[in-house]
Ligand binder design. Structure first.
Ligand SMILES: Nc1nc2c(ncn2[C@@H]2O[C@H](COP(=O)(O)OP(=O)(O)O)[C@@H](O)[C@H]2O)c(=O)[nH]1
Ligand SMILES: [Mg+2]
Length: 262
């Protein structure tokens, strides 16, 4: 992708940036739309770290933004969900690069501002978030823990990670466990009626039951395939959403076709 395109410099730290990195973090653009932007010498480009720093500064002013945390193992679908909700369509290129570090993104949905924190899920990063939780967890208003229902080999490590997170959240007295939402993700419509899906759900349910989670949390089956491409933006804009969970449920949770998880 973008072979032969020249590298650009990050406007702040001067790190060399490749077109692929730019396109992966702006997947709402098709390649045809992205290349002219990349070649436009009047546009400033920032690496993820510098961009996040700029957002943080900007955010000191925008205190109304709600902080939403997306967390879970690698490949569970966090970044794809975030992109879908931010740009109101499923990313054109679903073959995403694994997220590195912590990506902080702003989103305006239905007239409200949100700051979406996407915490990478590989083991080295998981340990980092848990050990330095004071940098990442405070002021979280809703936390989405994403589990890939299609990969049962990851259920045990995912639940163990979730338990570690819950232990930490208990230290944050402002955190309301009603805003801890577990997404049983990749519950694709063509899969949810299969015996295989039923078995996976049963296994996961057993794991969850044994993990002694605090009361109040929600568990929902979601899939990007449930995203309604035909939704009317006008009607959507008139709907009242009191939480990010409601936005998610409107756009990603199974509708009549599929059962919800609980
Ligand atoms: N079948 C299916 N695949 C999905 C869904 N959501 C995400 N994926 C795929 O899962 C892979 C990992 O997604 P990504 O967002 O990078 O995971 P992350 O590491 O948690 O950020 C990508 O190939 C996505 O296309 C979904 O609802 N259904
Ligand atoms: Mg990711």
């Amino acid at each position: 992708m973008g072979k032969g395109l020249k590298k650009r410099l990050c406007w702040d730290c001067r790190r060399l940036l490749g077109f692929r990195e730019f396109h992966q973090t702006n997947q709402f653009l098709s390649e045809e739309e992205a290349i002219p932007l990349w070649n436009n010498k009047h546009l400033e480009f920032y690496c993820c770290t510098c961009f996040a720093k700029r957002l943080r500064n900007h955010r000191k002013i925008d205190r109304d933004f709600k902080k939403i945390l997306f967390i879970g193992l690698e490949n569970s679908g966090k970044s794809a969900i975030i992109d879908t909700l931010r740009f109101m369509h499923v990313p054109i290129n679903l073959d995403l690069l694994p997220t590195r570090g912590c990506t902080i993104l702003d989103a305006f949905i239905n007239g409200k501002g949100y700051v979406l924190w996407d915490l990478a899920g590989t083991l080295n990063y998981r340990l980092r978030w848990l050990t330095n939780h004071k940098k990442y967890f405070p002021k979280t208003e809703e936390l989405f823990f994403v589990i890939d229902i299609q990969d049962p080999s990851k259920f045990a490590p995912a639940i163990s990670y979730l338990k570690d997170i819950v232990q930490i959240l208990k230290e944050y007295h402002h955190f309301n466990f009603r805003t801890l939402i577990i997404l049983v993700h990749k519950s694709d419509p063509e899969l949810v009626h299969s015996p295989e899906y039923g078995e996976h759900v049963e296994t996961l349910r057993n794991h969850l039951e044994q993990s002694d989670l605090p009361n109040g949390h929600g568990i929902y089956a979601t899939s990007l395939m449930n995203f309604d491409h035909n939704h009317d933006p006008e009607t959507f804009n008139q709907e009242e959403f009191n939480s990010f969970e409601e936005i998610m449920s409107c756009l990603l949770r199974p509708k009549k076709k599929c059962p919800t998880f609980i």
